[in-house]
Design a binder for this molecule. Structure first.
Ligand SMILES: Cc1cc2nc3c(=O)[nH]c(=O)nc-3n(C[C@H](O)[C@H](O)[C@H](O)COP(=O)(O)OP(=O)(O)OC[C@H]3O[C@@H](n4cnc5c(N)ncnc54)[C@H](O)[C@@H]3O)c2cc1C
Length: 303
C-alpha cells in the first residue's frame, strides 16, 4: 500500500497528528535528517498502542525517537513509521523521595521538578537536553553520575501492546548503555530516586553545572553532544584534540574548536557530511593513537 494511504488509515484510527514525509531535521538537535515516511507523535498510550499494532499488522518498520538529541538521521530519511515520544508522555509527579516522569518529559523539567521539591541526587541532569526515555535508553550521564544510578523502575510498552515494569536492577546499565538498546521496548515512564536536600544547594550545584557546560560546549551551534564514547581510561575529546582534528570540515559539518568531541552544524550540514567527518576523525585518531573511537550517537535511516 502506498505511504499516503497508510497515513490516511492511521488518521482514521487515532487522534494524534500523523505526518507524511515529515522532515527529520525538525526533530533532531543537529538539524539534520531526511523525511520520515510516516511520522506520529502520540497524544497518549492508547494511540501509541494503536500505532504499534498498525505497524505490526502491515509489516511496517517502527522507529522510536525522543527529543532527537543523540541522533544522526541519514539524508534519505526513515522508512516506515517514526514515533516520537514527547508531549503525550510528559507528566512529572514528585513524591517525598521519588520523581515519576513520563518517557517524553524533557530532562530540564525533571531537573527543575526535583530542585523545586528539594530532592537531591538529580543535579547532574541539569543541561542534558534530551527526554526521559532517551536518557534511560542511553544511560545518559555527566559529572560522575548516570541516569542508571538514580532510576528505580522503568515502565515500557512492548510490541504486543503490553506494559512491562523493569526495576533498576534489571536494566543492565553500562557506560551509555542499558538493556533497552536494541530491544523493542518503548519507555513510557520512569521512577527516579533521590534524597531530601536543601533547595538552594541543589540550585547552586545546577547553576554551576550549567555554567560549566556553557563554558566548555559549543551550545551556539546545532549538535548532538559528544559524538564518540570515551575509550577506557581516556577521553575521546582529548584524543581528537591531540590528533589535530578541531576545525576539520566536511561541507558544513565541523569538528568543534571549543569541544573536540562535538561536531557542529555550521548551517547546511548533511548527514553524509557528518558521517564523512566522523570517518576522517576516526582514521586520524587510529593513526596517531591506535585507538578505534566508537560512536555514542545513534545513526538511523537510509542513504
Ligand atoms: C548539547 C548536548 C549536550 C549533551 N550532553 C550530554 C551529556 O552530558 N551526557 C549524555 O549522556 N548525553 C548528552 N547528550 C546526548 C543526549 O542529550 C542524551 O543521550 C539524551 O539522553 C538523549 O535523549 P533523547 O530523548 O534526545 O533521545 P533520542 O536522541 O531521541 O534517542 C536516543 C536513543 O534512544 C531511543 N529512544 C528515545 N526515546 C525512547 C523511548 N521513549 N523509548 C525507547 N527508546 C527511545 C532512540 O531510539 C535512540 O536509540 C547531549 C546532547 C547535546 C545536543
Amino acid at each position: 500500500m502506498p505511504v499516503p494511504e497508510h497515513c490516511g488509515e492511521l488518521r482514521r484510527l487515532i487522534d494524534s497528528p500523523v505526518m507524511f514525509g515529515e522532515p527529520m531535521h525538525l526533530h533532531t538537535s543537529w538539524r539534520i535528517g531526511g523525511p520520515a515516511d510516516i511520522f506520529v507523535e502520540p497524544l497518549g498510550i492508547e494511540d501509541l498502542k494503536a500505532v504499534i499494532a498498525y505497524a505490526r499488522n502491515k509489516g511496517l518498520p517502527l522507529t522510536i525517537i525522543g527529543a532527537g538529541t543523540n541522533l544522526l538521521v541519514r539524508d534519505g530519511g526513515i522508512s516506515g513509521i517514526v514515533v516520537k515520544i514527547a508531549g503525550g508522555f510528559a507528566d512529572i509527579r514528585v513524591d517525598r523521595v521519588t520523581v515519576t516522569a513520563g518517557g517524553g518529559a524533557k530532562l530540564h523539567r525533571l531537573a527543575k521538578a526535583a530542585r523545586e521539591a528539594g530532592l537531591g541526587g538529580l543535579e547532574f541532569i541539569a543541561g542534558i537536553p534530551g527526554s526521559v526515555g532517551g536518557a534511560v535508553v542511553m544511560n545518559a550521564g555527566a559529572y560522575g553520575f548516570s541516569v542508571g544510578d538514580r532510576v528505580r523502575e522503568v515502565t515500557c510498552l512492548d510490541l504486543e501492546g503490553n506494559l512491562r515494569r523493569l526495576d533498576g536492577g534489571q536494566m543492565e546499565w553500562g557506560y551509555r548503555k542499558s538493556v533497552l538498546q536494541g530491544s523493542d521496548l518503548i519507555v513510557v515512564e520512569a521512577v527516579f530516586g533521590g534524597f531530601p536536600r536543601d533547595r538552594d544547594l541543589i540550585a547552586a550545584d545546577m547553576e554551576k553545572i550549567l555554567g560549566s557546560r556553557k563554558a566548555r560546549q559549543p551550545l551556539e551551534y546545532p549538535s548532538a553532544g559528544s559524538v564518540f564514547k570515551n575509550p577506557p581510561g581516556n577521553y575521546a575529546g582529548r584524543l581528537i584534540q591531540e590528533s589535530g582534528c578541531p576545525g576539520m570540515r566536511v561541507g558544513d559539518a565541523q569538528v568543534s574548536t571549543k569541544h573536540a568531541n562535538f561536531i557542529v552544524n555550521l548551517g547546511r550540514a548533511t548527514a553524509s557530511d557528518v558521517l564523512g567527518l566522523i570517518a576522517a576523525v576516526q582514521e586520524r585518531v587510529l593513526e596517531k593513537f591506535g585507538v578505534s573511537l566508537e560512536m555514542e550517537v545513534k545513526v538511523l535511516g537510509r542513504d
